[in-house]
Design a protein around this ligand. Sequence first.
Ligand code: GLA
Length: 389
Amino acid sequence: MSLLPQLIEQIKEEFQNRYEAVPSWVVAAPGRVNLIGEHTDYNDGFVLPMAIDRYTVIAAAPAEGPKANLFSVNKNESAEIIIDGIVNPDEKVEWSSYVQGTVSCCREEGFISRPFNALIHSTVPLGGGLSSSASLEVATATLVERISGKKFEPVAKALLCQKAEHLFAKMPCGIMDQFIATMGVEGQAMLLDCRSKKMRMVPLTDANIAILIVNSNVQHELTGSNYAERRDQCRQAAEILGVPSLRDANLLRLEKAKDALGDVLYRRAKHVITENFRAGALADMLALADWESCGRHMYASHESLRDDYEVSCDELDLLVNIAKSIGMEEGVYGSRMTGGGFGGCTVSLVRAGRAVAIGEAIKTRYMEKTGIEPTVFSTKPSQGAMVIL
Ligand code: GLA
């Protein structure tokens, strides 16, 4: 059963309790899991994410001016944001920065909000690598559309949310998270060409297959600076290879430039080149219901992220190793880290009838080794941003 209807009823009640009024507007945007194509979006490459049935929901109603009042149920905190005039991003990034940033970027595009009270409740684990921030940005942009009575073209909306994240959350992310949160479709994963912005939807509705997410519940520090460093290394590698971006490189060219690149840049570029190939291949294999091949690509992606791109960590490696040791016979086709890395989640492709048992086995063995309780859930490709009221 989808968790969204429950969450909507709950947030309406919470809104009423806090603001003593009924909400005039309710909007939602999902988190995402990336099936494959990691650290390829900012290299003009290919990604294959799907929206998950975990949402950030915002309920809101007009308020007396001049500001907007926010309350986050997850943080149990209030904040005020400015809705008119030019706003300079704060030094310190808070949860409200995502809302402030998106509202400000919308305003620059002529989408004007009036003062409002809003309550925000999210079932996307915060900071867990499932794009809780993009879901908050996209939900906010959807709220502004609702308030202003105007609609963005979907690609423009996703790019605006990315801009808000760059400027106000100071995270130089690619376009994947905001695209899938805006344009996700129920029952389908999205193969996105991050250069042309063309999408190919890949049906993923086989009842025998489940997408299992395991949150390691660790997030190592320096995630942000490591991300920026990887982006910069990719730029340097592309420059040495003489291509506009790593999307345009191939393995032959890479081998020829091995010495010029040096070990680190060589491995970074190798990951991106091979990962782009794997993303396209996985989309084809999913369409053919060739789960074994899908699984092989997922394991290969993880190894490449671990050894060449170096964005995994012990906990993620452990989760993937446990999944792998359960094996195909017992229902695990493939597993890999998902998202930026250095903690967060793994995504596994498993036989649906075995999903609960597999989840339990991974949980027990991970806890034995780390003492940390992981969060495990199955999900399915879900709808992107939506207006509920
Ligand atoms: C984060 C970023 C995305 C993408 C992934 C890695 O989630 O927000 O744009 O780069 O990392 O694939």
